[in-house]
Each structure stands twice: as structure tokens, then as C-alpha cells.
Ligand binder design. Structure first.
Ligand code: NAD
Length: 300
């Protein structure tokens, strides 16, 4: 079993790190937040007083941080030169492809092997050990990363070279954002045309309008499987995180000159929903903005 440093124990990392401990690894955990750290310790991880302390004799380092700027800062100032060069570095945060590639280049220049391994699946999948990891890095690096990620995973997939995991993640979520908006529009138009939502679901989920947003994550309460729609759009995947991923996708599209008008439209709509107070609602809650029933929560 390996000595693993785990940095970033928030909504996602706080569920993931204990699964590594349960699998028998010695997990040295650190987070700037004492509350987050205490939760991971209760889950069987060992307390580290700093990132430097967590990584000093690690065989693998895993980070699960908010955004690219945090990842660049933590690796450049607290991990490079502090972790042994034999340690495999795995960043599981969702960040922009350019930062992922630049941090991985720096890691390589300093003698480390590093991969990007962003995840699909939310807080429940993080706690349940059923995330899908999309890994960018060399064949050799992927072969080393796979057994370490497996206790936290339903699937660990090699996406390609450095940054390919991040590329796969944002392309997937751009499709998800656009199909969720299209699915919501379909339900709203169907209702205005006098169709029963359940009947429309029965038809579209077996016809060419079918998608994950339609059949697995149905945005209408009482229709399809149980989803955040059945809990007033609480829990699930926050609209603010969908917006973050759409922004990353649009930034990447601009950098490489890709034409992504549907992604751009989805970004604009999620921005509007977040601006109107929908940030913490599940992203399928955008249906309430589309059907014009969205009533932002009163300010506390
Ligand atoms: P979060 O904000 O809950 O957790 C991030 C943690 O990092 C916090 O506890 C924070 O204190 C810690 N942190 C920040 N800077 C640090 C530093 N310098 N040193 C040590 N700790 C530091 O975020 P989250 O929801 O856990 O998401 C983490 C990443 O996973 C993000 O990139 C997000 O986009 C991605 N993601 C989230 C979800 C989700 O459903 N929440 C799903 C898939 C991917």
C-alpha cells in the first residue's frame, strides 16, 4: 500500500481521500480549511500541518483544488522540490487545459511524472467511490496512476497525453450543458403545446430526443427517475460549477479557434441563471428560468 498525499479536501476531495484510506493506503491529508481537514481525519486520513509536510515522503500526490490558479500555486510553491521526484503527481481538479499543460511541463522539467485526472460524477460519486477519471499523460504515467485512482473510481480512462483529461472533461460538460438546456426547452414547449410531461418523456426518451439529460437526469419533478428536480433542484451539480466548466470550454475553443455556438449559448444562459441567484441550485433548475417560474431566493 502506498503513502499518498491528498491536498484539497472540499466537497469532492473530502469524499475521495477517505476511500483511499479505506483501501489501505496511508493518506496524509491537508487543506487550508480546518473543518475540511477534520472531516478527512474522521474518515481515516492522517493529519498533515501543511502541503510540504503531506508530500515530503509521498509515493503519490493527489490534488483536488478549486481552479487553475490554485493548482499552479500549490504545485509551484509547495510541491515541486518538496515531494520526492519519485512521487507520481495527479491533479484531479477541473482546470483550463493551458494551465494543466504548463504545470505538467514544469513538473517534467523538475524530474516528476505528472498526470491530469479530472472527474465526472458529483459529491455522491466522490463519497461512494464511483467517479469516472479522465487521465491525461504518458502510457507509463497512466499505468502508474490507474491502481491509485481505482479505489475512488467506477472507471479510469486514458484520454491521451498531458492535458487530454481536462480537454475530455470540458468537451463532455459542454455537451451536457447544451443538451440540458435543449431538454428543458423541449419540456417547456411540449407543455405549452398541451402535451402531458410524462407522455412527452415516454415518447422522447425512446425517440431521437433521448439523452442523458432526458432519461437519467430528467429536469421535471415527478417524471423519469428521481433527480434533483424532485427536491426543488437542491443537491446534484451546482449551476455555478456548470458555468465554470462552460467558461473553460469557451476559453479553450477560443484558444484553438473552434466554432462552438451551442456551447456559447449555454454559457450565456447559465451565466444569466447564476446572476439571478441560481448558483447553488442544481443545473437542471435552469428549466425554471426557461418556463419563467424562477423565483430567486430572498436575500437573508
Ligand atoms: P471545494 O471548494 O469544495 O474544495 C476545494 C478545497 O480546496 C477547499 O476545501 C479549499 O479549502 C481547498 N484549498 C484551496 N486552496 C488550497 C491550498 N492552497 N492548499 C490546500 N487546500 C486548498 O471544491 P469541490 O467541489 O471539492 O471541487 C474541487 C474540484 O473538483 C474543482 O476543480 C471542481 O470544478 C471539480 N469538480 C467538482 C464537482 C462537484 O460536484 N463539486 C464535480 C466534478 C468536478
Amino acid at each position: 500500500m502506498a503513502k499518498i498525499a491528498f491536498i484539497g479536501l472540499g466537497h469532492m476531495g473530502g469524499g475521495m481521500a477517505p476511500n483511499l484510506a479505506k483501501a489501505g493506503h496511508k493518506v496524509h491529508a491537508f487543506d487550508l480549511s480546518e473543518e475540511a481537514l477534520a472531516h478527512a481525519i474522521a474518515g481515516g486520513c492522517a493529519r498533515a500541518g501543511s502541503t510540504e509536510e503531506a508530500v515530503k515522503d509521498a509515493e503519490a500526490v493527489i490534488t483536488m483544488l478549486p481552479a487553475g490558479k490554485h493548482v499552479a500555486e500549490v504545485y509551484r510553491n509547495h510541491i515541486f522540490g518538496k515531494a520526492p521526484t519519485s512521487a507520481l503527481l495527479i491533479d484531479c481538479s477541473t482546470i483550463d487545459v493551458a494551465t494543466a499543460r504548463s504545470v505538467e511541463e514544469d513538473a517534467s522539467a523538475q524530474g516528476y511524472v505528472m498526470v491530469d485526472g479530472p472527474v465526472s460524477g458529483g459529491i455522491a460519486a466522490a463519497a461512494g467511490g464511483t467517479l469516472t477519471f479522465m487521465v491525461g499523460g504518458s502510457d507509463e504515467a497512466f499505468a502508474r496512476a490507474k491502481p491509485i485512482l481505482e479505489p475512488m473510481a467506477k472507471a479510469v480512462i486514458h484520454a491521451g497525453g498531458a492535458g487530454a483529461g481536462q480537454a475530455a472533461k470540458i468537451c463532455n460538460n459542454m455537451i451536457l450543458g447544451a443538451t440540458m438546456v435543449a431538454t428543458c426547452e423541449g419540456f417547456v414547449l411540449a407543455e405549452k403545446l398541451g402535451l402531458d410531461a410524462q407522455v412527452f418523456f415516454d415518447i422522447a426518451s425512446k425517440a431521437s430526443g433521448q439523452s442523458w439529460s432526458m432519461t437519467t437526469y430528467t429536469p421535471v419533478p415527478g417524471v423519469g427517475p428521481e433527480t434533483p428536480a424532485d427536491h426543488d433542484y437542491e443537491g446534484g451539480f451546482a449551476a455555478a460549477l456548470m458555468l465554470k466548466d462552460l467558461k473553460l470550454a469557451m476559453e479553450a475553443a477560443q484558444q484553438v479557434g473552434a466554432y462552438t455556438p451551442m456551447g456559447g449559448e449555454a454559457e450565456e444562459l447559465y451565466q444569466r441563471f447564476v446572476d439571478r441567484g441560481g448558483a447553488t441550485k442544481d443545473f437542471s433548475g435552469i428549466i425554471k428560468m426557461i418556463d419563467d417560474s424562477w423565483k430567486p431566493r430572498p436575500k437573508e
